[in-house]
Write a protein that binds this ligand. Sequence first.
Ligand SMILES: Cc1cc2nc3c(=O)[nH]c(=O)nc-3n(C[C@H](O)[C@H](O)[C@H](O)COP(=O)(O)OP(=O)(O)OC[C@H]3O[C@@H](n4cnc5c(N)ncnc54)[C@H](O)[C@@H]3O)c2cc1C
Length: 429
Amino acid sequence: MQQVPFPLSPSLWAATASAPPPTQPLAVSVQADVLVIGGGYAGLSTALHLAERGVNTVVLEAREIGFGGSGRNGGQVIPGLKYDPDALISMFGQERGERLLRFAGSTADVVFNLIDRHAMDVPHVRKGWIQGAHNTDALRIAHDRAAQWARHGVDAQPLDRAQVGRLLGTDRYLGGWVDNRAGAVQPLSYARGLARAALNAGATIHTDTPVTGLTRNGGKWVATTAGGAAVTADRVVMCTNAYGGDLLPGLKTSIIDANTFQVATAPLPETVRVGILPEGHVSSDTRNLLLYFRLDHQGRLLMGGRGPFREPKGQADWAHLERVMLKLFPQVAGTPFEYRWCGRVAVTRDYLPHLHEPQPGLLVDIGCQGRGVGLQTSMGRAMAQYVATGDASALPLPLSSVVPFPMYGLRRLYVNAVVTWYRMTDGGV
Ligand SMILES: Cc1cc2nc3c(=O)[nH]c(=O)nc-3n(C[C@H](O)[C@H](O)[C@H](O)COP(=O)(O)OP(=O)(O)OC[C@H]3O[C@@H](n4cnc5c(N)ncnc54)[C@H](O)[C@@H]3O)c2cc1C
């Protein structure tokens, strides 16, 4: 487990989430059919769907439920992957590409259906996602993106400048498109809701239980934990994403574990709030260093985007986001900023999520690319089906080998260079 100095507690989500279900650290050694490592969306969804199939499943989480990206994110539930439909089909071929597209296109459905089915105490809206275009090339791509999804039967439309201006409440974008499948959740409440559903279905969850070692012994997997107790299981599903550290040698070198930062204002005065995202959309833009924003269920305006690669040192690390918010939405000037927090996303070389099976019975899911609320929930469901049935066609992507980033040790330099380049080419707000 990697040291993560920045706690979850200063976040808006920790301050406003529904209570977590009661969980305890692992105190005595136990046996299970499946051990899931990591209590984020991927791990909890895997556990829920395995338990629903009657598989004896134990989740070990190093800190608390949703401690990683799942409790810190923007809560935007956006279907799809980083690639557009045509690109996915040309990358994976017609049959596999269309299957992947169906999977990626249904990830928001999976989240909202789970919230309904388990009557989760999660503030949520489903009014669509608008991607605003920051320049003319991006506008052409955005309109083409809408057309591609529409050809696949999706409720997606191109938007002109006036439409985007009205629906976002800022005149800074040249147009864009809207994907009506998308929506928003209180992300930590959703992680806790998944945990509660998994427990109700019969899974066991232990928090404050970092797995410190994973070995194969007599055809079984044995996970040792910091407290001394162990879990012996037939199968292991590793869902540690950007927070996994060195538990599985080499895995962390296959991703860049970059921080993304967020700020939230205090609840906006009603007169200001009604002019921003008035129909309940969520939004992120077309910049390489994208900006993402939404209102929360209590009328705060949130803005997320780049930050230093390192862990934050103080309030100044969020100052650029506060400036950006006031440029996009000058009408919020005068409302104080209430929360500042950040979390890590896992970016892979090809900007796709990866599933690995480095040894028999050990399945690894990594690489959310910063769009994991729907993706990792759906991935958990698919992994549960694969683990329970052995049918690899349940997985949306082929199993791949772990490939390290070239010159991984220099990643900070590399990321800083890329960020500098993107800041120049993205242009100002
Ligand atoms: C600031 C931010 C904003 C984002 N915004 C959005 C958004 O708006 N929409 C969207 O779709 N996605 C967004 N994302 C991405 C999304 O949050 C992630 O894709 C998703 O939460 C990843 O889920 P996960 O279960 O794979 O991993 P995580 O939620 O990161 O869970 C991994 C867990 O593994 C645990 N762990 C690690 N090592 C061990 C160990 N040795 N033993 C036991 N436990 C261990 C960690 O403590 C952690 O809880 C954002 C991410 C961040 C950080």
